[in-house]
Design a protein around this ligand. Structure first.
Ligand code: GTP
Ligand code: MG
Length: 382
């Protein structure tokens, strides 16, 4: 709104107000007034009390705002949306506009050997949380030379076929767990390790039930998680349903003793307490307990698909330093739309992959990882 300020001067304040209202109308607003004494120039003893009235006239007609906030906001939102769509293929000089470490500043330069659908697939992989070097490595095997551009483009008919081809060549799949016994052991021992709450216990029992019901194997479960309240009850609950022997141990001596006493068993599954991958002291404790079965044991690293790429890599590297990790067991694929670590981790660490957990239901929500379903999970087709 526009305003106009006027000053009236006189001896009677009420009269000044009336005059202001008369001239400026009812929308006049009194800002303030001041009283002062005026001396007569011809008689220094004569003093007159006077008033100065400051009023403001408000223009009732609303003035169109020069800037419409809603419009500006909408424009900014559109710009951001556009930028986010294209950011993975646009060079940028500012780290602040870089949405993920996968997108490097000289991305154009990095992708200059690709064209057409190969570029589209790489962009899609970046959006799914796959790191740039991994995306290139996976897409390359499915490419041939495009004679027109002199660059690499996809040979395969679909993104899924292209991905599958790259995955087949670059990632090792162990299939379901190998349960054959090693020479010096009475049975196979598979231990589930991983950070807190990733799904070790639940998925151990999915495997136990598959071994028992589909493969006719004799199973025992040992829990070393005597730390977490309710952990033993949770595990015992599942073991009771499956009617399989279940033991709890709190130290390496007891673990060794329990393993030595087990007879007529094909596979022992060991559940461990979840520990932060940054807590080397606690990881050391878990390792110390497992020492009781170390020479027979192989470890499965359970990791949730909703970890971000950097954390996921730290999890694997830190756990690998403590335990003989034989394969990566992914969980909670149903809880993410950016499952890039499915590709990042096996490629960056060289570890094979085994299973993927797709939900909370025991025993249904689990699949053996294959190049086919891995491609589907990445593309969001599953
Ligand atoms: N959505 C979803 N939830 C899952 C999946 N796997 C496990 N969970 C859930 O994750 C929660 C934690 O599972 P647990 O098996 O107790 O995890 P944990 O790794 O043994 O946990 P700690 O022993 O505390 O380290 C439970 O509510 C499970 O039902 C999955 O694939 N998808
Ligand atoms: Mg557990």
């Amino acid at each position: 709104m526009q305003t106009e300020i006027k000053v009236y001067e006189g001896e009677d304040l009420q009269e000044l107000i009336n005059q202001a209202k008369q001239e400026l109308g009812d929308n006049v607003r009194i800002l303030y007034y001041e009283e002062f004494t005026e001396k007569s120039w011809w008689n220094p003893f004569s003093k007159k009390k006077k008033y100065k009235l400051f009023v403001e006239k408000e223009d009732v007609k609303p003035v169109e705002p020069i800037v419409k906030f809603d419009e500006i906001l909408e424009k900014v939102e559109n710009i951001i949306e556009e930028k986010l769509k294209n950011v993975s293929l646009q060079p940028t000089s500012s780290a602040a506009t870089n949405p993920s470490p996968a997108v490097s500043e000289n991305i154009y330069e990095e992708l200059k050997e690709f064209t057409g659908e190969a570029l589209d697939l790489i962009q899609l992989l970046l959006e799914k949380g796959v790191e740039l070097d991994v995306a290139k490595e996976i897409v390359q095997p499915a490419c041939g030379l495009d004679l027109e551009s002199g660059k690499m483009d996809l040979n395969e008919a679909t993104f899924k076929e292209a991905l599958k081809k790259g995955i087949e060549q670059k990632i090792k799949f162990v299939g379901d767990f190998d349960v054959s016994k090693s020479e010096n052991s009475k049975f196979k021992v598979i231990t589930f390790v991983g950070p807190t709450g990733v799904g070790k216990t639940t998925n151990l029992f999915k495997i136990a039930s598959d071994f028992l019901l589909n493969k006719n194997l004799k199973i025992a479960v040992i829990s070393t998680d005597t730390f977490k309240v309710g952990a033993i009850q949770q595990a015992r609950f599942y073991a009771n349903i499956l009617k399989i022997p279940f033991f709890t141990v709190g130290d390496s001596k007891k673990l060794r003793k329990t393993l030595l006493e087990l007879a007529d068993i094909d596979v022992v599954l060991i559940d461990t307490v979840g520990r932060s991958h940054y807590d080397s002291w606690k990881l050391g404790e878990v390792k110390e307990i497992l020492r009781g079965g170390f020479d027979w044991m192989e470890a499965v690293l359970t990791i949730s698909c909703n970890y971000n790429p950097e954390e996921a890599l730290s999890v694997v590297n830190n756990y690998k330093a403590y335990f003989p990790v034989k394969s990566l067991f992914f969980t909670k694929i149903d809880e993410t739309s950016r499952p890039g670590i499915l590709l990042n981790l096996p490629i960056k660490t060289g570890l094979p992959v085994s299973y993927i957990s797709t939900g909370q239901r025991v025993p249904e929500d689990i699949e053996i990882l294959t190049p086919e379903n891995m491609a589907q999970f990445i593309l969001g087709e599953k």
